[in-house]
Design a protein around this ligand. Structure first.
Ligand code: IMP
Length: 423
């Protein structure tokens, strides 16, 4: 059998917030079907359209492109209240939210008020021991835990006759916080959701069988992956490229390009180790110019230099085929720009061979920095990249071992350059 891959993944290659929303929005123009496959409304995908900012948390950001269909895959966790709020927000912007283009897989897990309460309670309990993760508080981890316990309801249960009562009878603790007003909301949401419930896996396979283009919209970032990220300071789902087809329900051999999205610097929101984190004036400046505040929680993002050691590792384990470099314009005007090109053990001074996996090992990492000449602007008056910015891009490509296919030069759809068309 010959293999004809026509699915592309857009994957965050750092700690999330890399600018995947913009990339997906660009590529989705040519896609037939765009799906999210994991996480829930912990994500925040920001798209600027004609100077107007739109943020989606749960529904794939590709919904803003009128000609593609969008799906929420089986691997997701869905808070019905967040679904309703986002649905109404998008509809009020004039977005086509018809059930002929927006589908939800019946196997996706439901986030209940109990899961949100549990998320916040666990966080505040562990904060007293200085061990909180800094979650978004959206109930994401507890909802996945309910799936692992095989006790939580799924979308198919929410929209079924009788609603969730059968689940509450079997697992009474899940009913906490499910008061009469939430019950009434869930009933109304079940009704509006019903026409959208569709086997997203079959739909995705139909699209591929027809030779059409499928795009998987990754959420969060590979360094927050539950297995490969900085455990336990990670999200609760699998984010690596290898898990995307499984969370959607398509064969892995259908995946062709895997586009890794990185900023020209790093940010992290929430707790956990952050190699090369900046402090003081420079951190403040980059945060301010880059608008680095969480799009889901509003928390200030921590800021650091671009970590090429981590990037090379995550390029490898995800099989990233090309990079998309975002927000280089934020660094314009700096006299020099740092890159992390090595890890050393702070106690022994020895170089790390391989990748630090335990928390204690990661906490001992001291970065080796290389500084490139800064750029006054990404693009010069002649419309091409300035020499110093081009040298930065080449350094990133050489270290990561893959090409940069797209460079974003500003927040709007039209601000960016494709160096290689990948879709
Ligand atoms: P949770 O996903 O809400 O459980 O949060 C776990 C960790 O992942 C926290 O550090 C969050 O700040 C982080 N996180 C979750 N979703 C995102 C995202 O979309 N962008 C950036 N960080 C995220």
């Amino acid at each position: 059998m010959t293999v004809k891959a026509s699915a592309t993944i857009v994957l965050g290659a750092q700690y999330g917030d890399e600018g995947k929303g913009k990339l997906v929005d660009l590529i989705a123009e040519k896609a037939h079907f765009v799906c999210r496959v994991q996480g829930g409304n912990n994500a925040g995908h920001t798209i600027w359209v004609a100077g107007k900012k739109v943020v989606t948390h749960l529904i794939p950001s590709a919904i803003l492109r009128p000609d593609c269909r969008v799906g929420l895959g089986a691997g997701m966790v869905i808070d019905p209240l967040a679904w309703q709020e986002e649905f109404e927000m998008l509809r009020s912007l004039g977005v086509n939210m018809n059930s002929s283009r927006l589908f939800v897989d019946p196997r996706a897990q439901i986030i209940l008020p109990y899961h949100r309460l549990m998320d916040r309670k666990r966080e505040s309990d562990s904060a007293t021991r200085g061990a909180s993760i800094g979650t978004t508080g959206r109930g994401i981890g507890p909802a996945y835990a309910s799936r692992a316990f095989r006790e939580g309801p799924r979308v198919c249960d929410l929209v079924a006759e009788g609603g969730l009562d059968a689940f509450f009878r079997k697992s009474p603790h899940l009913e906490e916080g499910f008061d009469s007003s939430v019950r009434a909301s869930f009933d109304a949401i079940a009704k509006m959701l019903r026409p959208h419930v569709r086997d997203v896996a079959s739909e995705a396979n139909d699209v591929l069988d027809a030779g059409q283009k499928l795009l998987i919209e990754g959420a969060q970032g590979a360094m927050l992956d539950v297995a490969f990220g900085s455990y336990p300071y990670v999200t609760s789902s699998s984010l690596v490229a290898g898990s995307c087809p499984g969370n959607l329900g398509i064969p892995p051999w259908r995946i062709g390009n895997i586009l890794g999205v990185v900023k020209a610097y790093s940010t992290r929101v929430g707790n956990g180790p952050f190699v090369g984190e900046l402090h003081g004036e420079l951190e403040e400046k980059i945060r301010k110019v880059g608008g680095e505040f969480g799009s889901t929680t509003g928390r200030p993002r921590r800021v650091g230099w671009l970590d090429l050691v981590a990037l090379r590792y995550f390029v490898r384990i995800n099989g990233i085929t090309a990079l998309s470099l975002m927000k280089s314009d934020v660094l314009s005007g700096l006299s020099e720009v740092g890159l992390i090109t090595g890890y050393r053990n702070r106690d022994t001074g020895k170089r790390f061979e391989g990748w630090p996996t335990s928390l204690s090992e990661t906490e001992k990492v001291e970065p080796e920095l290389e500084f490139c000449k800064g750029w006054t602007s990404v693009v010069g008056v002649d419309g091409t990249f300035t020499d110093s910015f081009r040298a930065f891009v080449q350094r990133v490509e050489k270290f990561a071992g893959i090409p940069v296919a797209y460079v974003s030069t500003g927040p709007d759809r039209n601000e960016g350059h494709w160096l290689t068309e990948i879709f």
